[in-house]
Design a protein around this ligand. Structure first.
Ligand SMILES: Cc1cc2nc3c(=O)[nH]c(=O)nc-3n(C[C@H](O)[C@H](O)[C@H](O)COP(=O)(O)O)c2cc1C
Length: 144
């Protein structure tokens, strides 16, 4: 059985990290795209409050045969200290019987404001969380 890597990337850093992991593990990769292309201004003005409130953004449909996978790695950037809203949307798609790995990229490489609550939330939602990883992309938040 294989691993599916689902990732959302606004500026490309998470995409690069997902591709690196796929190349070294042979996992299949799926990009999560927001239904409406976001601009930097909207990422800060709308996206950050959404991330803080753990709201899901609208995403494009993904065609995934989940029966091929026993584990899923969900990757997304950190916005305002929290997973970006597309992370919350992608979570709604992942069947609960998959072993879940989380990897969040951020400029600082830490999620002290949200890590424990994210882990709690995932467990409450019925996921089996295999790992939670903060990845330092070294790419600081750009100015809106
Ligand atoms: C709207 C916005 C908010 C961000 N907030 C944070 C933050 O709170 N902490 C942090 O370390 N990095 C923050 N960043 C930086 C991104 O998390 C980091 O550059 C990430 O690796 C970008 O991934 P991407 O290129 O795949 O979009 C923010 C970036 C954006 C665009």
């Amino acid at each position: 059985m294989k691993t599916a890597i689902l990732y959302y990337s606004f500026n490309g850093a998470t995409r690069t990290e997902a591709a690196k992991r796929a190349a070294s593990t042979g996992a299949d990769v799926y990009e999560v795209l927001e239904a409406k292309k976001r601009r930097l201004f909207s990422a800060f003005l709308v996206g950050c409050p959404q991330a803080l409130g753990r709201k899901a953004s609208a995403i494009k449909p993904l065609d995934i045969d989940w029966s091929l996978y026993d584990s899923v790695t969900l990757m997304a950037p950190v916005w305002a200290g929290h997973p970006a809203p597309a992370f919350n949307a992608a979570l709604e798609l992942i069947p609960k019987d998959k072993l879940l790995h989380i990897a969040l990229t951020s400029g600082g490489g830490e999620t002290p404001k949200s890590k424990e609550a994210t882990i709690d939330l995932l467990r409450k939602q019925g996921f089996t969380l295999a790992s939670y990883e903060d990845v330092k992309s070294g790419q600081p938040p750009k100015k809106a």
